[in-house]
Design a protein around this ligand. Structure first.
Ligand code: NAD
Ligand code: DAU
Length: 357
């Protein structure tokens, strides 16, 4: 069995990735996560007795720790999910994004490069450094523009997107300069179990369940391409297995939707689960827009389909129904992550700002 060093594996996508990989017995996993406000051991509760999952609390920027883990566990791959991931937080405080997403990713690359140089030839050839990135690096599209392909110009607009773009460039440079076998994936918006309730879909579900306002930024006509998180995880595994080193792969769900449409869909699903509180749509409230808000993202995922045969298994309708059901069934998880830090964030972003809800 292979060994993978996964970073950020207590967050939303990382935890889904680790849980699925362990369920399938694909690899022994060393899970390095700093447990920032976004990381939760509750996400990994199912792995408590799994001896092939080793959790280590720590920073990807801690080179001594990363080097120790690499030397001790001799992984076949590093999969880097660790990041500050919320655009609104990057607007109110960009520094942590520079530190983890750029400086931290660079430290991880430095350690991986040193480790890789010390491997024998065969192990060097099969080693992979997979960096998980975002479609936001490409900037914003007009309504009729073609979807982002891998050669689209980088035009990041938020501090979050700029920090991810910088990391992508460093990953690319470590391949071209030092020959490190890297892979980069640029994915669209994910949704599904274990997503932090600061993000659109879980925030709306949680507020609707508690009869609170549903804060739609601006006119709500911003478009995102939505992918069920399980499908993102299978795409990453596919790229890890068969992607060509040095290449980047765009990943998307073929599900472009305006935010307002997403919120109405959630309201309709909740109406059918809880008719007594219908219509949940009465809670929708338009609030001040996100500064520099990108209008539209869309992914052209033809390359990963053509070269590696990957495409999403779930439609948006299937994925969103499963997601709503998961949040209804897992209120204990929602309560656990709705901690004082999260309450403080909600106050800062929605009450103390001009949004005032
Ligand atoms: P998340 O915020 O839910 O989780 C991030 C995890 O990284 C947390 O567990 C956190 O504790 C950990 N972390 C943060 N700083 C760290 C550090 N310095 N060292 C070690 N661990 C650290 O994020 P997510 O939504 O799961 O996103 C995971 C990755 O996927 C990110 O790189 C993000 O940019 C990318 N991505 C996310 C989406 C999406 O829709 N959520 C889409 C495309 C790409
Ligand atoms: O596109 C991929 C990106 O998707 C990832 O790289 C990011 O890590 C991830 O957070 C996500 O970024 P977004 O900014 O698109 O996601 P978010 O859930 O924050 O917002 C989705 C849309 O909903 C966006 O247009 C802003 C809007 N929105 C969001 C919140 C939290 C609202 O209208 N109201 C809200 O309260």
């Amino acid at each position: 069995m292979q060994t993978w060093l996964v970073t950020g594996g207590a967050g939303f996508i990382g935890a889904n990735f680790v849980l699925a990989a362990r369920r399938a017995g694909l690899a022994r996993i060393i899970n390095l996560d700093l447990l920032t406000y976004a990381g939760h051991l509750e996400n990994l509760a199912g792995l408590k007795t799994d001896r092939d999952h080793v959790f280590v609390q720590g920073d990807i920027g801690d080179e001594a720790l990363v080097t120790k883990l690499l030397t001790e566990h001799v992984p076949d791959a590093v999969v880097n999910f660790a990041a500050e991931s919320h655009v609104d937080r990057s607007i109110l405080g960009p520094q942590a994004f520079i530190q983890t997403n750029i400086v931290g990713t660079h430290s991880l690359l430095t350690c991986a490069h040193k480790y890789w140089k010390g491997l024998d030839r065969e192990a060097q050839q099969s080693f992979r450094f997979l960096h998980v990135s975002t479609d936001e690096v490409y900037g914003s599209l007009g309504p009729k523009d073609p979807a982002f392909s891998e050669d689209h110009q980088y035009q990041p607009n938020s501090p979050y997107a700029a920090s991810k773009a910088a990391a992508d460039h460093l990953v690319r440079a470590y391949h071209h300069t030092y020959g490190l076998p890297v892979l980069t994936t640029n994915c669209s918006n994910n949704y599904g179990p274990y997503q932090h309730p600061e993000k659109l879909i879980p925030l709306m579900i949680q507020n609707a369940l508690r009869g609170k306002p549903l804060p739609v930024y601006g006119d709500g006509q911003q478009v995102r391409d939505w992918l069920y998180v399980e499908d993102h995880c299978t795409a990453i595994r596919t790229v890890l297995e068969r992607g060509r080193p040095g290449e980047t792969y765009n990943i998307g769900g073929n599900a472009e939707k305006a935010n307002l449409e997403i919120v109405h869909t959630l309201c309709r699903l909740l109406d059918s689960h809880m008719p007594a509180n219908a219509p949940h749509a009465k809670l929708i409230q338009h609030v001040a827009d996100r500064p520099g808000h990108d209008r539209r993202y869309a992914i052209n995922a033809a390359k990963i389909k053509r070269e590696l045969g990957w495409q999403p298994a779930s439609t948006f309708e299937q994925g969103i129904a499963r997601t709503v059901q998961w949040y209804l069934d897992n209120d204990a998880w929602v309560q656990a992550v709705s901690n004082p830090e999260h309450q403080e964030w909600l106050r800062k972003n929605y009450q103390q700002s001009e949004r005032n809800i």
